[in-house]
Design a protein around this ligand. Structure first.
Ligand code: PLP
Length: 379
């Protein structure tokens, strides 16, 4: 039975379960006592191909044997290849590589400032963009910002899918509109096509750039390679991280070929950015996200969403692909803890919302099993 506490010798920045995982395979995790858990969270949308997937595992192993690191003053083959693969998928882009989602967003904020010369970013209430001062400043959750002011970029917040509030937030001082196509931490809220189209038009009309944060919803999670492809609205730049190397740390900012390059040598950097081992794993992840996998994401997502809607205590289900939120008639954290005790890993997003972001490779049987366990927990 798991309890909540924190391990000695770790700063208590997380409410950590007293549970140590020692291995994983596919959609399954194993704890220190040998007990198996079905993983419907995947490290919060990180281990998207499942634990120990042979493609990134083989690529990382092979790269470990030849080259771990060189300075970004030089090129490496995996980093160059990854930039090309992402550019192909995006429809033409240049990449800056870093190590996390917050750093990818920071790079985007600096890029937007450079190309527009303007200080203000319009972001959404409930959004989450990371924990550095810059990324925190544009995170639309006051509780996460409280205690850390003064924060760097000036941010104004609009309501998701509320065009009137978006228009009201715009002005001649705005350099970027920053959107998560599906808000993750904010409760799994998909943005509507009309809202995102309007954001594109408003950005163009005001001389601002449109920046998407696909750290959580990108890379197949929403059922398309990039979430924006379902909305039909291409951003000027986009932040990626989480699933990019299936669990090894890496982040990326992609800048569209149609947009100004902005950055010049010396403007930005990251010692470990584009690390060859992470980049080699990431190349294989990108190659694995093909039409077959995306069709499976949509099918398993529909199965999971339908099953969730029928569970006792679930009052609403939202999301795209395998990024799903289930609103409960009770607080979500105790349900997630009870699920863990029953051998099921799920997350939360807000007080009453369960978050489900299983591996994209999950099978129909595993989805069924997960729903059965959740039903027992919620009954
Ligand atoms: N952006 C989004 C949409 C996220 O969900 C997260 C993390 O949850 C971040 C940025 C920050 O990523 P990281 O924790 O890798 O800095």
């Amino acid at each position: 039975m798991s309890t909540v506490g924190h391990a000695p010798a770790l700063l208590p920045t997380y409410v950590r379960h007293d549970l140590t995982f020692v291995s994983g395979e596919g959609s399954w995790l194993v704890d220190a006592d040998g007990r198996r858990y079905l993983d419907l969270l995947a490290g919060i949308a990180v281990v998207s191909l499942g634990h120990r997937h042979p493609a990134p595992l083989g690529a990382a192993h092979a790269q470990l044997d030849v080259l771990w690191h060189v300075s970004n003053l030089y090129s490496t083959e995996p980093m160059s290849r990854l930039a090309s693969l992402l550019s192909e998928r995006f429809g033409g882009s240049s990449a800056f590589f870093c190590n996390s989602g917050a750093e990818a967003v920071e790079a985007g904020l600096k890029w937007a400032r450079k190309v527009t010369g303007r200080p203000v970013v319009v972001a959404l209430e409930g959004s989450f963009h990371g924990r550095t001062h810059g990324a925190l400043a544009v995170t639309g959750q006051p509780a996460k910002r409280a205690g850390w002011e003064p924060l760097a970029p000036a941010a104004r917040f609009a309501h998701p899918n509320d065009l009137v509030s978006l228009e009201a937030a715009l002005g001649g001082d705005v350099g970027a509109i920053l959107l998560e196509p599906v808000l993750g931490e904010g409760g799994i809220i998909p943005l509507e096509r009309g809202f995102v189209e309007a954001a594109r038009a408003l950005a163009d009309a005001h001389g601002a750039v449109l920046l998407f944060d696909e750290v959580q919803c990108g890379l197949g999670r929403a059922g398309s390679f990039f979430a924006w492809q379902q909305l039909g609205v291409k951003p000027d730049a986009l932040a990626l991280a989480k699933a990019l190397a299936n669990g090894l740390p890496i982040g990326a900012l992609l800048v569209a070929d149609e947009s100004p390059t902005g950055f010049e040598p010396g403007d930005h950097g990251s010692t470990f950015g584009g690390n060859p081992v992470a980049a080699a794993a990431a190349c294989s992840v990108v190659e694995m996200i093909d039409d077959g996998l995306l069709a499976a994401v949509q099918a398993r997502g529909a199965q999971l969403a339908a099953g969730l809607s029928a569970l006792p205590g679930v009052v609403a289900t939202r999301g795209r692909g395998l990024m799903l939120g289930a609103d409960l008639d009770r607080p979500a954290a105790p349900v997630a803890a009870a699920a863990l005790a029953a051998g099921l890993v799920v997350g939360t997003a807000g007080e009453h919302t369960l978050r489900l972001t299983p591996p994209l490779t999950i099978s129909a049987d595993e989805v069924r099993h997960g729903l059965e366990l959740l039903e027992e927990v919620l009954a």
